[in-house]
Design a protein around this ligand. Structure first.
Ligand code: UDX
Length: 429
């Protein structure tokens, strides 16, 4: 099929590329000429495992191309996906101005029937607004359908999640666009659920909020574990063996971050408020998450006492493994709070150092993860990168002025760390 994706951020670029990979003809549109020039010259604006190879292959095969021209994309495709940012506003609600602008641009360019699909994460009932806008601004007065088709991809695993989705959600106002939407997704061989538009929009916010709730739940349990000498990982494993609960997203940590969970939680709380429901449960999820960071910092302060002029090594800057994304990263927040206490930082991240440089001043960025500890008073792990598990612990112990390691991601075994001579503090163990 001929498809256009408007917006080449994480969601748009990965979606467009994977659609091309399964045989569709895809035009990716972005209003940032620098991004389009980069993509047309074979570059990729984000780090996402496996993506560059797929972009190159599908561009070379002629199934994927990039342009700044929305009109061209709308004209040449049957289905137009909206995948533009929906950033948070100061009060926690969602800025829908990019969605509205793109809806107007699509409307202006439409000269025949189109299916307009919203992929961006939006508040429930946005689909109705998009439909109203297109109707108002479409001079040609052609027919169209609006569809809600939320994405569920995780950064760092986006290609994998897109190629092998757990489910595809298609929210519609009429049955007309359903066969074509199913045809687009047929190669992915995933279960498809067809709902009304509002349900599809709610599925997205309800899913992300639930996952955030799961993390805050285990983080709350980690506090009880610390108070009683229990081990949160054993508790999580025991809970997770119940199929109804599941082990995933039960990793206690210094808190969740990223461009989705914090934003989606605030938005969902606001959406609930607007329809007259106080979603106190989700406010508590936020509170536990903030508290988790405070507790981790307190652990460092209680052990180190005064941080002024102390050298701290920090492993991890991205908000999670496998990404260079530092938006709302707990690791960055931790670094900034350590700096506020007067600490001097040596930091490393496998992929996020360039992006972190804009956020962390007076910081030493170290290329080799094993050299971060050199001359430091303590080492901190802030992101769950797999390769941190291969840290040369013997070297780190000798390189530190005191062998103190704070692990915000529970990457090591406490007993082994103690046997190696570390003062080792992790989460809920
Ligand atoms: C999330 C959703 O998982 C995805 O379905 C949605 O489409 C977008 O939002 P993402 O933000 O990319 O994806 O990352 P995710 O893997 O969900 O992790 C979010 C945060 O939670 C990270 O900071 C991560 O470190 C943290 N986390 C995750 C935990 O602290 N513990 C866990 O058990 C899992």
């Amino acid at each position: 099929m001929k498809l256009t994706i408007i917006g080449t951020g994480y969601v748009g670029l990965v979606t467009g590329t994977c659609f091309a990979e399964v045989g569709h003809h895809v035009i990716c549109v972005d209003n940032d000429p620098a991004k389009i020039t980069l993509l047309n010259s074979g570059g990729i604006p984000i780090y996402e495992p496996g993506l560059d190879e797929l972009v190159r292959k599908n561009t070379a095969d002629g199934r994927l191309r990039f342009t700044t021209n929305t009109g061209e994309g709308v004209e040449q495709s049957d289905v137009v996906f909206i995948a533009v940012p929906t950033p948070p506003l100061a009060d926690g609600s969602v800025d829908l101005s990019f969605i509205e602008k793109v809806a107007r641009e699509i409307a202006a360019a439409m000269t025949s029937y189109k299916i307009v699909v919203d992929k961006s994460t939006v508040p429930v009932q946005t689909g109705d607004k998009v439909a109203e806008t297109i109707k108002r601004y479409c001079k040609a007065k052609v027919e169209f359908d609006v569809v809600s088709n939320p994405e569920f991809l995780r950064e760092g695993f986006a290609v994998e999640d897109l190629m092998h989705p757990d489910r595809v959600v298609i929210g519609v106002r009429s049955q007309r666009p359903v066969p074509r939407m199913k045809e687009i997704y047929a190669p992915f061989k995933a279960p498809v659920i067809v709902t009304d538009i509002s349900s599809a929009e709610l599925i997205k916010h309800a899913s992300n909020s639930f996952l955030a709730l799961k993390i805050s739940y285990i983080n709350a349990i980690s506090v009880l574990c610390e108070a009683t000498g229990a081990n949160v990982q054993e508790v999580a494993s025991g809970m997770g063996m119940d199929d109804r609960i599941g082990r995933r997203f039960l990793n206690a940590s210094l808190g969740f971050g990223g461009s989705c969970f914090p934003k989606d939680l605030s938005a969902f709380i606001k959406i609930a408020e607007q329809v007259g429901y106080d979603f106190g449960l989700l406010k508590e999820v936020q509170r536990i998450n903030n508290e988790q960071m405070n507790r981790f910092l307190k652990k460092i302060l209680d052990t180190m006492w005064v941080l002024k002029d102390k050298k701290i090594g920090v492993l991890g800057l991205a908000f999670k493994q496998n990404t260079d994304d530092v938006r709302m990263s707990p690791a960055i927040e931790l670094c900034q709070r350590l700096q506020k206490e007067g600490a001097v930082l040596r930091v490393h991240d496998p992929k996020a150092m360039d992006k972190a440089k804009a956020l962390l001043k007076d910081t030493t960025f170290v290329d080799d993860l094993n050299e971060v500890a050199d001359g430091c008073d303590a080492l901190v792990i802030a992101t769950e990168w797999e390769e941190f598990k291969k840290l040369d612990l013997e070297r780190a112990r000798k390189a530190l002025t005191h062998p103190i390691l704070f692990d915000g991601r529970n990457l090591f075994d406490p007993k082994q760390m103690e046997a190696l001579g570390f003062i080792y503090k992790s989460i809920g163990r």
